[in-house]
Design a protein around this ligand. Structure first.
Ligand code: DGY
Length: 332
């Protein structure tokens, strides 16, 4: 059987590269900048598999130009970059990388939440500027996290990791999701299922862990912010468009909420200069899963999905299993 031809839109960490190179004919995009769309469309045309990043769209246009393509593997847990129904229509398996980045992403959310509450960016900027006059009683007083109420929107793996951390900080944890989890999980994580409105009214910190879908687009907007406490913070490590950035800016500037901690932005990589100018907003450049250990694992999961398909196994993190019904994977 000929080796499958795989396009990888970024150089991968060594263990993933090794695994792929052993079994496939690989072509990597290694330039420092992301692969331009035209280049992606051209290079994918004769490939059996694509390993891509969340910045690359796998849509009808791409799929119709890649007649041999059998699998599109995104190196991310969020897969809003993959048009799943188009993939299924073209009989292309779609995979993501769940399960390996939960702790690292929850750590990031926790880190920026604390940074916002305790005014870390502001404090560090002051110190580095060389103008700090020394300790004073009412200087840089932020808000405590411990003992407060954490509202978790989206109670999947990462949301649950937030609840686990909240226990250590003696926080009260509320969560909201489309479905309630079992009582065993709730009591283990000391998390209470409440309505979306109660999350808004009662939380001191609201952290978002939902995928980006038509339903979650602008889930947080003018109306939502108006229902939050004026002392509350919103934390977003999910996807930028879950928050209406203009509405967030207005809510913070008018004091409807106290501030925000953002790792993702509505128009990435563009970030509103007005948002950047606000002292009570902590920003990081989409580093939720960015530890070397975790990113290496994510690359390995993507590689393993591709290898599995061409070895006739079910890709471990397949999103659209219907594409495999009654099929065995072979490269032509
Ligand atoms: C993901 O995996 O979806 C993150 O946004 C990047 O880690």
């Amino acid at each position: 059987m000929p080796r499958p031809k795989v396009l990888i839109t970024h150089s991968l960490f060594e263990p993933a590269r090794k695994a792929l190179d052993e079994k496939c004919d690989t072509e990597y995009w290694t330039a420092a900048t992301h692969i331009p769309r035209a280049e992606l469309l051209m290079r994918v045309a004769d490939k059996d598999a694509l390993i891509c990043l969340l910045t690359e769209k796998v849509d009808e246009e791409l799929l119709s130009k890649a007649p041999r393509l059998r699998i599109a593997a995104t190196v991310s847990v969020g897969y809003d970059n993959l048009d799943i129904s188009a993939c299924t229509h073209h009989k292309v398996a779609a995979t993501n990388t769940p399960g390996v980045l939960d702790d690292t992403t929850a750590d990031t959310a926790w880190m920026i939440m604390m940074a916002a509450a305790r005014r870390l960016s502001e404090a560090e900027t002051w110190l580095r500027s060389g103008t700090w006059p020394g300790w004073d009683l009412d200087q840089l007083c932020g808000a405590d996290i411990w003992g407060k109420t954490l509202g978790i929107v989206g109670f999947g793996r990462i949301g649950r990791e937030m609840a686990r951390r909240a226990k250590g900080f003696r926080m009260r944890t509320l969560y909201h999701d489309a479905a309630r989890v079992g009582s065993e999980i709730e009591s283990k994580l000391a998390a209470e299922f409440v309505s979306f409105d109660r999350i808004l009214f009662e939380s001191d910190f609201i952290t978002l862990h939902v995928p980006l879908t038509a339903q979650t687009h602008h889930l947080f907007g003018t109306k939502t912010f108006a229902q939050m406490k004026p002392t509350a913070y919103v934390v977003n490590t999910s996807r930028g468009p879950v928050v209406d950035e203009a509405a967030l800016l207005e809510a913070i500037k008018s004091g409807k909420i106290a501030g925000a901690a953002l790792d993702v932005f509505e128009f990435e990589p563009k970030v509103s200069p007005e948002l950047l100018a606000l002292k009570n907003v902590v920003v990081t450049p989409h580093i939720g899963s960015a530890s070397l250990e975790t990113r290496t694992k994510m690359a390995l999961v993507a590689a393993d999905n591709v290898i599995a398909l061409f070895e006739g196994r079910r890709p471990p993190t397949l999103i659209n299993p219907e594409v495999l019904a009654g099929q065995t994977a072979t490269s032509s």
